[in-house]
Design a protein around this ligand. Structure first.
Ligand code: UD1
Ligand code: CA
Length: 487
């Protein structure tokens, strides 16, 4: 904790969010790779408070489980009945014990674009002015639904009036309460006890603290930010999509300014924790998700979905769906490749068109260029797997491994009945079914020599389209013979 850090950041997340019309709690909906609540917690942690308290209530098992996953140190305070934001903060403070002192910052769990730097400046402003209470405000084009910041003749904040309690004059005010407040803990503990709920919604309004503090002659002030979108909350899926697009626009712009070429920002979606090296180019229709990291000079896209991937310098990944895998430097993947968890494509290697890989390691320079399934395999350095080969990894009960030695040459359309291994530098023949280990340097063939049985279709499959086609071909041969006869 730095010396200026507030004691507590409290994140309010007990409200129902019924307008989402969702089985999933509102604050657990995702945006740019984190939940809405995850964004609020990130902003909270960004100012290094002593404690973070989350006030939860609706669907609280879901929310508690998520908190335990993403930030187990958060103190969870349960607001059994949602009696208003003032009540929520009182519940949060009660979870701390009476000895807690210092300052409190209140955030909302459904305001995802607030940046830690903004919060830091807000807290700094609050501290510098030695206020009892500060409120973060913004001027917006459409203030409908928000609490309005009422200022006195001297410009000082007098009170906050909720939309439903507002007069026509109040409604014309375009400066809104973001909901983000900072205040003195000891003062608020007492002041919250005096809050009433005599208002249009019958709720205990946190915003009434402002009028209370002013009436007591305490220092109260507003910190207005120009970037109003940072204060916007999500109530519906329409707002969720709009804020997600705005978050994405900001993320993509940040990468471009850091040296990444993004050909079509509108169809490129990058989650907030993704890292991308300079001079990498992202082509249209690409989603880069989760904890993905991409090196320098890579070419990604078009049309890739990459989740939790590690991609090296100079790699090329085209029309590929991939998760929890590694593509090393200078490797090429795609088009139309599917990398499932646990795959590594080694440096300079290739995983080509219509190849599915799972839990398989390609050593540097190894190639699976076409139309194959490689599951639970180890493919040695410089080995090449011919088109249409399959690692038959599943015996119906358990998964087994296929091992291909360095510089082995696997022909087309091979099936490897795992567990099985092919030694270093060995060759296999076309269409081989490899059931037994092949020693280094050997050639393994398993397909017998071709046997052709003339007229089999006419005898065994009479009346089928195949038999008719064969018959036409035979007749055609005869008429060709006739035409070839001398005129
Ligand atoms: C609130 C503010 C309003 C502000 C707006 C900004 C009050 C009275 N009003 O209004 O001035 O402009 O936010 O978005 O504070 N919550 C609880 N427990 C409760 C009630 C709410 O945890 O009992 C949580 C909600 O989950 C949500 C936040 O508090 O995260 C805000 O609640 P909401 O009901 O959305 O407040 P608004 O009416 O939007
Ligand atoms: Ca709201």
């Amino acid at each position: 904790m730095s010396e200026q850090a507030p004691t507590i950041v409290m994140v309010l997340a007990a409200g129902g969010g019924t307008r989402m019309r969702s089985k999933t709690m509102k604050v657990l909906h995702p945006l740019a790779g984190r939940t809405l609540l995850g964004h609020a917690l990130h902003a909270a942690r960004g100012i290094s408070p002593e404690h973070v308290v989350a006030v939860i209530g609706n669907q609280r098992e879901q929310v508690a489980e998520h908190l335990a996953q993403v930030d187990p140190d958060v103190i969870q305070a349960v607001q059994e009945e949602q009696l208003g934001t003032g009540h929520a903060v009182a519940v949060g403070l009660a979870s701390l014990g009476d000895e807690a002192v210092g300052s409190v910052v209140v955030l909302y769990g459904d305001v995802p674009l607030l940046e830690p730097e903004t919060l830091e400046r807000f807290v700094e402003d609050h501290r510098q002015h030695g206020r009892t209470l500060s409120v973060l405000t913004a001027k917006v084009a459409n203030p409908h639904g928000y609490g309005r910041v009422v200022r006195g003749a001297d410009g000082g904040v007098v009170e906050i009036v909720e939309e439903r309690d507002a007069t026509d004059e109040h409604r014309r005010i375009d400066e809104i309460n973001s909901g983000i407040l900072a205040f003195d803990l000891a003062w608020a503990r007492e002041a919250l006890r005096t809050l009433g709920n005599d208002n249009a919604q019958g709720e205990y309004y946190l915003t009434d603290l402002i009028g209370l503090a002013v009436a007591e002659g305490r220092e109260v002030g507003a910190y207005e930010i120009a970037d109003a979108v940072q204060t916007e909350g999500v109530n519906t899926r329409v707002q969720l999509a709009r804020l997600a697009a705005e978050a994405n626009r900001r993320i993509v712009e940040r990468h471009m300014l850091a040296g990444v070429s993004v050909v079509d920002p509108a169809t490129t979606w990058i989650d907030v924790d993704v890292s991308i090296g300079p001079d990498t180019t992202i082509l249209p229709g690409t989603q880069i998700l989760g904890a993905t990291s991409i090196g320098e000079d890579a070419l990604i896209g078009p049309d890739c979905t990459l989740q939790d991937m590690e991609i090296g310098d100079g790699a090329s990944v085209v029309r590929t769906h991939a998760s929890l895998s590694v593509i090393e430097a200078e490797a090429t993947v795609g088009p139309f490749s599917y990398l499932r968890p646990g795959t590594t494509v080694g440096a300079g290697g290739k995983l080509g068109a219509f190849v599915e890989a799972k839990n398989t390691r390609l050593a540097p320079g190894a190639k699976v260029p076409h139309l194959s399934y490689v599951g639970d395999g180890d493919i040695g350095e410089g080995a090449n797997i011919g088109a249409g080969s399959i690692f038959a990894n599943y015996d119906g009960v358990k998964k087994n491994r296929t091992t291909i030695g360095a510089h082995a040459r696997i022909s087309c359309n091979n099936t490897f009945v795992a567990p099985v291994s092919v030694g270093e530098g060995a060759f296999t023949g076309a269409g081989a079914t490899i059931r037994e280990d092949v020693p280094p340097g050997a050639l393994a063939v398993s397909a017998g020599s071709q046997r052709t049985i003339e007229g089999w279709v006419a005898r065994k499959r009479p009346g089928t389209p195949a038999a008719e086609a064969a018959a036409r071909a035979a007749a055609g041969d005869q008429s060709d013979d006739a035409q070839e006869s001398p005129t």
